[in-house]
Design a protein around this ligand. Structure first.
Ligand code: CP
Ligand code: NVA
Length: 315
């Protein structure tokens, strides 16, 4: 499962085999590589795509707060010559989800939704005639993983054989990274406290789709980080888990990514975080600000990878 080299020749977008991006595995490995190549091309040559989605509109639905996802999707639609409208609030509270989906698909060409439960995404996809993109749910954050692997590939020039160590909660970001990294020939290690492991079914899926990848789930952060090329962390309490934040701070205490833990990684390792970060909890200010930190490259790449995704789904 070798990853293709970064494309240098101008390339044209293909249509994806899927009609929605509800989770990472909705796109095949080949399509994933195409999205990364297209994102690189769009990053190099944004003007070439300035009218690609002219006259196309997206509805952005947010049940939870967002800085990066909301603004990069809005900018992505504008930079492709289209536009977006945004609505905040719980989906299905004021009127049934199936009615919302069938209103939206009369007005827009795609729906991007950040929701509490994955079921909301799959039901939106089921009821709407236009593509639905998961902009984060309890189980996945597939748009984040796209930007993250592009960042890794840009930094190292390849992904095959690299090891990413995720330290912290076995959460939505971890699941998406697991399902995306292993399909690009990467190894994936995750260290978390007992009872905060990633979903066992999703880990089994990853093992089945990438039997050659090293996939390690451990409670020892040093075992996970040992020689790793990328060290990744995320908040200890995700959106919706605010009531557990104090309890989790105590439980996750030993899982902070600080300079001591970074020293156990490969010499040329990068530090990654999806942001927003809680400094002095899951990581430290010096690691965030260190030359190893690529967190703002990740944030930038949200824009480019989402442009590639929107173009292939909405064109
Ligand atoms: N990383 C990410 O999804 O950021 P936002 O919550 O600000 O969208
Ligand atoms: N795991 C975090 C990611 C935020 C981008 C959350 O769900 O809140």
């Amino acid at each position: 499962m070798a990853s293709a080299p970064v494309a240098q020749m101008p390339m044209n977008p293909i249509s994806l085999g899927c009609s929605d991006f509800t989770r990472d595995t909705d796109v095949t490995t080949q399509e994933l590589l195409h999205l990364l190549d297209l994102a690189s091309e769009m990053k190099r040559n944004p003007r070439r795509f300035a009218t690609s989605l002219s006259g196309r509109y997206a509805a952005l639905l947010f049940e939870k707060p967002s800085l990066r996802t909301r603004l990069t999707f809005e900018l992505a639609m504008k930079q492709l010559g289209g536009d977006s409208v945004t609505s905040a609030g719980l989906i299905g509270e004021r009127e049934p989800l199936k009615d919302i989906a069938r209103n939206l698909d009369r007005w827009v060409h795609g729906i991007v939704a950040r929701v509490f439960t994955h079921r909301t995404i799959t039901e939106l996809a089921q009821w709407s005639k236009v593509p639905v993109v998961n902009a984060l749910c309890d189980k996945f954050h597939p748009c984040q993983a796209l930007a993250d692997v592009l960042t890794v590939r840009e930094h190292f020039g390849y992904t095959d054989g690299l090891t990413l160590a995720f330290i912290g909660d076995g959460n939505n970001v971890a699941h998406s990274l697991l399902h995306t990294c292993v399909r690009l020939g990467m190894n994936f290690r995750l260290a978390c406290p007992k009872n905060y492991e990633p979903d066992a079914e999703l880990v089994a899926e990853a093992r089945a789709m990438a039997p050659k990848a090293e996939i390690v789930i451990t409670n020892d952060p040093y075992e996970a980080v040992d020689g790793a090329h990328a060290v990744y962390t995320d908040v200890w309490a995700s959106m919706g888990q605010e009531a557990e934040a104090i309890e989790r701070r105590a439980i996750f205490h030993a899982y902070q990514v600080n300079s001591e833990l970074m020293a156990a990684a490969a010499k040329n390792a990068v530090f990654m975080h999806c942001l927003p970060a809680k400094r002095q909890q899951e990581t430290t200010d010096d690691v965030m600000e260190s030359p190893q930190s690529v967190v703002f490259d990740q944030a930038e790449n949200r824009l480019h990878t989402q442009k590639a995704l929107l173009l292939t789904l909405l064109q």
